[in-house]
Ligand binder design. Sequence first.
Ligand code: ADP
Ligand code: ZN
Ligand code: ZN
Length: 745
Amino acid sequence: MPNPAFSTVLRVALPSPLRRLFDYLPGREVPSQGWQPGLRVRVPFGRREVVGVVIECASHSDLPLAKLRPISAVLDETPLPPDWLWLCRFTARYYQHSLGDTLHQAMPALMRQGHPLVGRTHTLWQLIDSTCIDKTSPKQPDPLSRAPRQAALREMLQQHPHGLAGRAIYAQGFTREQLRALEEKGLVASREVTLAAADPAVGELLATPTLPLNREQAVALAALHERRDDFHPCLLEGVTGSGKTEVYLQLIEAIARQGRQSLVLVPEIGLTPQTLARFRQRFCVPVVALHSGLTDHERLDAWEAAASGRALIIIGTRSALFTPMANPGAIIVDEEHDGSYKQHDGLRYHARDLAVARAHHHRIPLVLGSATPSLESLQQALSGHYQHLRLTQRASRFPPAKLELVDLRHRPRQGGLTPIAIEAIKTTLGAGHQVLVFINRRGFAPTLACHACGWLAECHQCDARMTLHRHPPLLACHHCDSRRPLPDACPDCGSGDLRALGAGTERTEETLQGLFPKVTVHRIDRDSTRRRDSFEQVLKEIQRGAPCLLVGTQMLAKGHHLPHVTLVVVVNADGGLYAADFRALEHSAQLLEQVAGRAGRAAHPGRVLVQTLHSDDPHLRLLAEQGYAPLARQLLEERRAAKLPPFCFMALLRIESPKEAAALALAQQAAQALRDWLADRPVRCLGPVPAPMERRQNRYHLHVMLAADKRSQLHPAANWLSQWLQANPEARKVRWSLDIDPQSL
Ligand code: ADP
Ligand code: ZN
Ligand code: ZN
């Protein structure tokens, strides 16, 4: 009889694309509380050692025990948080992704590397008691009388009797040297505290008082309060500037008063420093922000603070959805329609959709907030699955401005701007206000053309044109990032008559600077704001309120409160009107409404000019005349009639290869095999078809689409396809991915 204690097999999830677990034997080391699922272990894997998570403790393996290798080390004393493990397993299953890879992506980098979780300490600096010098005593001259910065540091530490972390000290403008000097003089000492032992936030909660709510806000908040202890999904549909954030803040306050945590997802913290600042201003308790600027240690600290329940307010972008919480109280997804919630490579999850699953699992309220809800969420609200809360009034005096369509046909343009737009800009600047010119193209011009023969600057690697840039001068492909110097003459006919075609941000900036030489023009796009804080600097300057011109891409459209902007000009609204992707119209309507929402948010009413070649397009007219809400409802009816999401569920198989024939062969095989398997099952299989941009970076892209009326019908098919691909050696010769609920084609 083999001893069961020795025959225990550990089934471990490893960071590998293979969608399976790997069996190991326990090593010599035994965890203090015995083997349990959720412990991180270090194991040999091929010739490497990797960090994995024990998922099951089994009594046997399909492999002979003699073939199994023992694990090398146990990394945790207690299992990782069970709710977090649940979320990772749910995510892996739903998105047909490897569990090990999902776990790895959901962990901070240091945990992935095997860094221990418990017992992490940090250093606190504290005054030594006797240094509270009685300055009036004449016998004891102050040792710091000639070191004013050190004296100032001492004064600051006096206000923090429990000590301050080095990071907090340096953030106040003091240096390491000043701290060391005080230490050498015997005035301060450091002490190590474990993070787990640190106190939960206690005491005062609010740093600044709440605003008295208007009627609609109060109704929304009351509805959220009423069902605080149950899964309660709500769509908070509120026009731009209607005070959604204030509703979030007051909900979070109530949740925090119960000692429970709120998780707030925002599209991009770097782009909306104001949102974070508002949270920090409101609350005394720390607001843990997860963003790309954190160091690995800060990220791990944040994870632990959330996992232990110490952090009451957690705010972050897409990946923050995977933050564990000991006492979850609410999840809020701000700007829920935003495309950045969907990850577009690897694990292609949608943070908003996972937020729904997570709130359901925790039985807590979920708030999806937007001025321009996604059709998915809107449909859930209209059909009664989500509570529909609406804010129709702006907190400030003026309602959102109507869009005025400006016909581009037969009108001269300067830097993309019609005379009507230029006149309006002049008037607005004359009145001492600011103007936002929105143009969804960075660079100088969308492309370079030969006027003699019609040649266009095309990318050699993609089915796309190259963008003309002036600073520095070059041609760049925005799809594959390849660059070329500007040609002196047309490569086809030799003519020197090469001209910039259309306008990008650089060109519009140049034109406006020429037209209004005395006014500052701020250009805001990925090229102008590469430096980490430059965007924040510009935003600050804009907020000071001097008349100026802002020229920018959608970076400017998202959530910013620009109180002095009273005119918004959209250079060209036509991008999404006739695109191949069925979501393009929804997305461009959202963007237009968000950009328009920047105008007239404070003391003066706003005006929005939208230039278009299709001023009689019925969708655009509906948006202009009645706003996003009626358009969204009409688009829903069109989707219903066409049986498109949200009235069906989709999965997209993407296949790519440098060899067109290889991609096509696999795509055809996969589609055929799937159709054979589907037989009479209620799932439709479309394709293979070439991707909208078939050649990108010299790789050929093909799609096979699955669609079904119900998620429960789609998933077995997606799962079968995933298994088929994994088992097929041909599939290893190309790159493939399966995208569940794809957001773009
Ligand atoms: P949203 O998130 O819907 O765009 P915000 O919450 O940012 O709107 O509110 C827009 C502006 O109105 C902010 O300056 C905010 O301080 C102010 N505000 C919001 N609610 C109120 C209120 N109840 N009373 C007064 N001002 C408010
Ligand atoms: Zn030519
Ligand atoms: Zn390219």
